[in-house]
Design a protein around this ligand. Structure first.
Ligand code: PEP
Ligand code: MG
Length: 748
């Protein structure tokens, strides 16, 4: 029996490529491949299954199985052993296939006689395009070298498929990228955009996937690696000012580490020795990384794998001279499409983007936070969009619904065009009221502040008409770094925030990490339920040095000016007392060290757990102010994970129970003389903001782009009338007041 070695693999690849270069249609080419592979591997059977649609594989060529079953036999992803290879994107190697769990007998193929099976995914850039299978009568376990060799052949098939080498071989091989397709994802930032696709991941065409001279290929790889390292170093050393560049630098540091990883380089060279061209070797590693990424549950590890994936893209661009750099010119109205994107890369594209669509990501991801700061419509979880989209395709992003239309029909495009025009019209109206107060028709004035967390947010303070920063999420600066920021570095940053605010108040929230905000250098143990685990003030009270360092940075930044500090996620009075005691000690030390401390220092707490609403009166008396963190409060009030769309969307914010709870909190604060505000995402929704005002809230903090719409709403209503509508709706027994309020507003 023939055993395929690395040397043979190279010869096989060359033979395959040469045969493929001969004349013939797609089917003949596939037939030749299966014959050659069966022959080289010494197996009775070799078959190629290719993807027919997103769920189905079709037998497209076989040596050894019934020829009549070609283009007839079909499998769903996950069905049988072949389907499992496709679903899991990893090989199956068994000497007794019928005994294997999930084996499915397909009578039309006559395969039951075969005992051993080795199946490997045919994949390109992490996308499974099919499965390559060999089977033999005799029991045999294929060696690691053979598995590797078959994977190499599968890479070649994937590349040839992309080049259109098999067009004509059945329906599975029709050309994609032409139909109009709609993707249903999750909204990460509202708004609509109409534009043209920019693919972040390179679309690389490799004309010769085989390494004719492995030594020359390795030299090419090493030269590209050197270039890559130089470009990373240049970026790192670029001495540009601004926090955006610090954020960027930390990401680049991680890249530098990977670019010097010996294991990675060794694996690439081994693939070249087996006959793959350098680019294809990089793609092979990249596919493996992506398959791993899909399986790793740990968000931190996934981010690191994403860094490696991104580095592969940079290397591919270097090797082929194809693809684009973030700084390259963009098409008109660019809409960025990526599997995932890091904050550094997104900052490189800048505000030029009209929309962002990701296959992965999360609402709490760094990229989403930046997109929100820039008010760029963003949809995440648009499954497989990077496979379907081509550069410059027309695209519509509906960030309100979390929907994306790729190559939309004219009727859809027209409808969206109107929606976008109306939104632009509305922006003009908001600008007109920017410097006017948010005063209702019956004379109640609501203070509208903005939420921020990056330097990039601060210009919005002026353009939005916000009266100050009601929530500065300090953890963003910790999240985008690989190591703990230094005190002076933070003090300098906070100082710039205060300067940019030009006398308007800024409320600094101390570090709120944990739950979905994972900071690698402050990682908790694996927790069964991180949202209710070691997070926010719980971390601060245990890691006192970190808390002290941050408080010092805030105090030094404000240089004696009026200052507001608030502690996140306080669940009971004692936690607030402890945090205040730490702050008092820090103030003492600062005075001793000769630093100026503010005479006017207000210290507040975020109310994010129902328990705090029922804290002793003394808590409300001690706190200088309270800010309701509606995002967390709502998740704990309804016991519904804020990151889980399935349960989150069941519970309306305008649910009478929740509104009544807010009303109760406002009343307690009012009775005890504690100023109260609301800074969760819901404050940025006009109808919600109106209902909150009706419940007694007079200060709300929201993303800057929401200030105009919320103010416009408040200015056109009579709050006491709104109160009557809500009270009537509450008495009616309805679960939510939304419908009644909406109908009332529509009538106005
Ligand atoms: C909140 O929970 O409402 C809040 C403002 O904090 P974060 O969203 O940062 O948890
Ligand atoms: Mg919160």
């Amino acid at each position: 029996m023939a055993q395929l070695t690395g040397q043979d693999s190279r010869q096989l690849l060359t033979k395959l490529r040469d045969t493929l270069a001969e004349n013939g249609d797609g089917q003949e080419r596939l037939d030749r491949i299966v014959r050659l592979v069966a022959d080289s591997m010494g197996t009775e059977v070799c078959s190629i299954y290719l993807r027919r649609d997103r769920q189905t594989l079709e037998l497209c060529a076989t040596e050894g199985l019934e020829k009549a079953s070609v283009h007839q036999a079909r499998l769903r992803y996950g069905e049988g052993l072949v389907g499992r290879v496709a679903r899991e994107a990893s090989p199956i190697n068994t000497e007794d296939a019928p005994a294997e769990k999930g084996f499915r007998y397909m009578p039309e193929t006559g395969e039951e006689r075969y005992s051993s099976l080795l199946g490997v995914p045919i994949q390109r850039l992490g996308e499974v395009l099919g499965v390559l299978v060999v089977q033999s009568l005799k029991k045999r376990t294929f060696t690691d070298d053979e598995v590797y060799a078959l994977e190499i052949v599968a890479m070649l098939i994937a590349e040839m498929k992309e080049l259109g080498a098999f067009v004509g071989a059945g329906e599975a091989m029709t050309i994609p990228h032409q139909r109009a397709i709609m993707f249903r994802g999750v909204s990460a930032q509202e708004g609509s955009a109409q534009g043209n696709v920019v693919l972040h991941d390179p679309q690389i065409v490799i004309t010769n996937p085989v390494a004719d001279d492995p030594e020359a290929e390795k030299k090419r790889l090493n030269a590209a690696m050197d270039q890559l390292r130089i470009s990373i170093n240049t970026l790192l050393n670029a001495n540009r000012a601004g926090i955006a560049d610090n954020e960027h630098r930390d990401v680049m540091e991680a890249y530098r580490m990977f670019a010097n990883s010996k294991g990675w380089i060794r694996r690439l060279e081994a693939s070249i020795d087996s006959g793959l061209a350098a680019e294809v070797a990089v793609e092979k590693e990249q596919s493996a990384t992506r398959a791993r990424m899909a399986r790793v549950p740990d968000p931190y590890l996934r981010e690191r794998l994403h860094d490696l994936d991104d580095l592969s893209n940079r290397l591919l661009r270097q090797l082929t001279g194809q693809g684009r750099q973030p700084s390259d010119p963009l098409p008109e109205n660019p809409v960025l499409i990526a599997r995932n994107i890091g904050p550094g890369e997104l900052l490189e594209y800048g505000k030029r983007l009209k929309g962002i669509v990701l296959e992965q990501g999360s609402v709490g991801s760094h990229a989403a936070i930046i997109a929100r700061a820039w008010a760029i419509p963003m949809v995440i979880h648009a499954d497989k969009i990077t496979v379907e989209a081509l550069n410059n395709d027309s695209i519509l992003v509906d960030g309100d619904q979390g929907i994306v239309h790729l190559r939309p029909d004219e009727s859809v495009a027209t409808a969206y065009g109107e929606k976008i025009a109306m939104a632009q019209q509305a922006i003009k109206q908001y600008t007109a009221i920017r410097d006017k107060p948010a005063r209702t028709r019956d004379g109640v004035t609501i203070e509208l502040l903005m939420n921020a967390g990056l330097m990039a947010d601060l210009p919005s303070l002026e353009s939005s008409g916000a009266q100050g920063v009601g929530l500065f999420r300090t953890e963003l600066q910790f999240l985008i770094r690989n190591k703990m920021p230094m005190r002076d570095e933070l003090a300098e940053l906070y100082g710039r925030v205060v300067d940019a605010a030009k006398g308007k108040p800024v409320t600094f929230r101390t570090l709120d990490i944990g739950s979905d905000k994972v900071v690698p250098y402050l990682r908790p143990e694996d927790e069964p339920n991180p949202a209710m685990g070691w997070r926010a003030i719980r971390v601060g009270l245990e890691r006192k040095a970190v808390m002290r360092m941050q408080l010092q940075a805030i105090l030094r930044a404000t240089k004696g000016q009026p200052t507001r500090i608030m502690f996140p996620f306080v669940a009971q009075f004692e936690e607030f007392q402890q945090a205040r005691a730490i702050l008092d000690k820090v103030i003492e030390t600062e005075i001793r060290l000769g630093h100026k401390v503010p005479d006017d220092l207000e210290v507040g707490a975020m109310l994010e757990t129902p328990s705090l609403a029922f804290a002793p009166d003394q808590f409300f008396e001690m706190a200088d102010f309270i800010s309701i963190g509606g995002n967390d409060l709502k998740q704990f009030f309804f016991a519904a994970d804020r990151e889980n769309e399935r349960v989150r969307s069941r519970y309306d914010t305008l649910n009478v129970s929740f509104l009544t709870f807010l009303e109760m909190i406002c009343k307690r604060c009012f009775d005890l003389g504690t100023p109260v505000s609301f800074c969760g995402e819901d404050a940025g929704k006009p109808l919600e903001a109106l209902c909150f005002a009706t419940m007694g809230l007079r200060t709300m903090s929201m993303r800057p782009s929401s200030i105009g719409p919320v103010k416009a709403m408040l200015r056109r209503v009579d709050l006491s009338e709104a109160r009557r509508v809500i009270n009537k709706a509450r008495r009616s027994g309805n679960q939510s007041v939304r419908k009644a309020m909406q109908e009332w507003l529509d009538k106005q």
